[in-house]
Design a protein around this ligand. Structure first.
Ligand code: ATP
Ligand code: MG
Length: 453
């Protein structure tokens, strides 16, 4: 048994117990009352019958006959004169009887009067009926009945009540046990489900329990579990993106720091590299700040803060950053960009896009090839193309290239340090800028990424 079952069971039990107790007491009192009432009326009626016979013929013969009749029953009759002296009695007159007879009131209605009805304490219940002959009282008929008979009757009744009460209590308990099981079963299952959810198992299956509030609760728990799962996955994805975003600037910082500390690097070059390092660390700290902000807001995506950017210097500064790395691979980069192009974009985020694409072009190409970055007007929009002469992407892999963690050549790209996240982030960022990206590729002939913004 669990806590809630015990609680509900006890409540049920208490409520029914009180209800049953009250109705039992009520019933019990009523039955006793009507039993006693019946006994009293029958005693009175008996006395009145004797009185009628006496009124018809008040003779010794009749009186003796009445006494004889009464002697055989469990009641007792006493006939007195108007002054109280006893004419006749069917049995011995006890002191208790005499005491009761003394309580006789002055005027007694013809239909008689109950002298004693205290069946609990008195030894007898008693009635009195006046005998009227020619409008004159010629005597009184007293009737007595031992209260032991009523007491026995009532104690028998009490016993029945006790048995009935105990039986119904037992019955009640059995029903309550089953009922609370039925009511609490889904609740307990739900509490177990939530425990599993908190441990990270989101595959909750709850029984269908109908359309009541408990059913709704089960439904909400299911929704909550799937929401939590989505949230958790989002969080994981976000963390992966974060590490990717942090890694790119860190790679450049490391590379430039390495070149700058070499002996053969002259002062002018060192200054240049240190400036780049300084800029990159600025970007990094801005990113970290934003991350902190996001964590506070409990959001799992970066926000895009657009500003108007003059594209030619923007692309030149990005390309300057990658030139040393390209030189190491003996690769060339050609930029074609008109002087007068402006675009609303988030410079830090969008730099990530371009860097990721150029980085891919570099990683998946052979030495002595050229990367072409082309920026041009296309009606209202800006078209950006990044083309390499690398090994290309097989047609069957093209549709999945933007999926998270998808890599064409697992072993090779792992050697190149790829995680398969770059393009997923690129796509996400381009779409966040309101743009589109597509890829075309010919194996051994190079790959083209095209963005329209
Ligand atoms: P990361 O960018 O996270 O370091 P990655 O470069 O492996 O790792 P993505 O940038 O998402 O991940 O690229 C996914 C896969 O697509 C790469 O593993 C590679 O196989 C293929 N790919 C991407 N760009 C090119 C390209 N320019 N030429 C040939 N293959 C490419
Ligand atoms: Mg990549």
């Amino acid at each position: 048994m669990n806590k809630i079952s015990i609680k509900i069971g006890l409540l049920f039990f208490l409520a029914i117990f009180i209800l049953e107790g009250i109705s039992m007491v009520f019933l019990h009192n009523n039955i006793i009352h009507s039993t006693v009432h019946e006994e009293l009326t029958s005693l009175q009626t008996r006395g009145n019958n004797h009185r009628e016979i006496l009124e018809a013929s008040f003779h010794d013969e009749t009186i003796r006959h009445i006494a004889m009749m009464e002697a055989r029953t469990d009641t007792q009759v006493i006939l007195t004169k108007p002054d109280g002296t006893i004419y006749m009695s069917s049995n011995r007159v006890t002191d208790a009887m005499k005491r009761i007879m003394k309580t006789q009131p002055k005027s007694i209605p013809h239909e008689g009067f109950i002298l004693e009805d205290d069946w609990k304490n008195a030894a007898f219940i008693a009635s009195i009926s006046p005998v009227l002959v020619n409008q004159k009282i010629t005597g009184y008929v007293f009737m007595f009945q031992n209260t032991q008979k009523i007491k026995n009757l009532i104690s028998g009744l009490n016993q029945h009540f006790l048995i009935a009460g105990l039986l119904s209590l037992l019955f009640m308990m059995i029903i309550i046990i089953f009922l609370t099981r039925y009511v609490t079963h889904p609740l307990i299952e739900m509490s177990e489900a939530t425990k599993r959810i908190s441990k990270g198992d989101f595959s909750v299956s709850l029984p269908k329990v109908g359309k009541d509030e408990i059913g709704e609760l089960a439904e909400s728990i299911k929704v909550l579990a799937s929401d939590l799962e989505i949230l958790k996955n989002e969080r994981n994805e976000f963390l992966a993106s974060i590490s990717h975003e942090l890694r790119t600037p860190l790679t450049y910082i490391k590379g430039y720091a390495d070149i700058a500390r070499r002996r053969e690097t002259n002062g002018e070059e060192r200054d240049k590299y240190l400036t780049i390092i300084f800029e990159e660390t600025g970007k990094l700290s801005k990113l970290v700040k934003e991350l902190f902000h996001l964590a506070k807001m409990d959001e799992n995506t970066f926000s895009i803060e657009k500003e108007e950017v003059h594209l030619l210097p923007y692309f030149l500064s990005i390309i300057e950053k990658v030139t040393p790395a390209l030189k190491e691979n003996q690769m060339d980069l050609v930029l074609e960009c008109p002087e007068d192009l402006y675009l609303f974009l988030d410079p830090i985020r969008f730099e990530q896009v371009i860097l990721n694409l150029i980085d891919n072009a570099r990683k998946y190409s052979e030495p002595n090839t050229t990367i072409l970055v082309e920026v041009r007007h296309m009606g209202e929009r800006i078209h950006i193309k990044i083309q390499d002469e690398g090994k290309g992407i097989p047609a069957e892999d093209l549709p999945r290239i933007f999926d998270r963690f998808y890599r064409v050549d697992k072993s090779r790209t792992r050697a190149l340090g790829g995680t398969g996240l770059g393009l997923a982030i690129v796509k996400q960022l381009v779409e966040a800028h309101g743009g589109t990206i597509k890829v075309t590729s010919n194996p051994n002939n190079g790959t083209i990424f095209e963005m329209i913004l």
